[in-house]
Write a protein that binds this ligand. Sequence first.
Ligand code: BGO
Length: 280
Amino acid sequence: SKEIRVALAGNPNSGKTSLFNALVGSNQKVGNFTGVTVEKYEGFRKYRDYKIRFTDLPGTYSLSAYSPEERVARNFILTEKPDLVVHVVDGTNLERNLYLTTQIMDLDIPFVIALNMYDEVKDKNIDINLDHLERLLGAHIVPTSAVEKTGIQDLLDHIVDTREGTITFRPHKLQYSQTLHKLIHDIEEILSRAKDLNTSQPNHWLAIKLLESDKEVYKILRDNPIWITLNQYLSKHLEPFKHLTGNDPEILLTEERYAFIRGALTETVHFPGKRRRDLT
Ligand code: BGO
């Protein structure tokens, strides 16, 4: 039968395990991700004409290379290239959860947001403008409650519709400030000239991770002749950049992600009794 491969990504406690269980029921098994002791839950669900295979990635707050969980999650997405990533978000904790969303946006891959804990969102009268949030994040949003088992069928339909092309993914990269954007863009341009880059990772993401001094990305790039050009570019531009902005690119990237999140929430989320979200 026709298969669709889906990976679930989300913060710890976003309800990922509960949603995975609601999606696949008892059709699941546990193993390990290759080479590490991180547990890998896999399962399937037959839906419409398809066998949808789900992999539950380890819960993470970020996609840096610091912990085995983060490396497993991002390497799975980048090398296994699932047809779709279902990004599970705790709808009652958007400010924290959307940090991972900004990192998934940097990956430039098809993803849909399962806005989980939607029962609690409603109970707490949190008002989220879903259409607007979808536009800002460049991803469709399907409200779910893994506990009340609502939105599960909508999510399955979304997965199949994406596969059949009746729903299209409109990638929407996070817009960084002009100075950061220029650095990222220049590095992407250099990377596009590299031959035999031994990686399936998109240049945009490699550029951002290089600016974050990501160890795994350094390893990949150091073995390629393009490293000389990259190094020349960085030696020439990093100091002026730090002088101009007063910061390392790594710090600015994080600050700008949080600024984007605050802006997005101010525009889309209203708590009861408050005209606007109070951000402090
Ligand atoms: C406990 N709605 C609500 N209301 N709760 C949810 C939903 C939802 O949609 N989805 C998950 N939860 P995990 P990760 C618990 O275990 O799936 C709850 O880490 C408790 N336990 O039931 O484990 C879920 O895999 C005692 O809550 O998340 C779980 O992402 C009291 O969110 C928690 C209250 O879900 C985390 C809750 C002994």
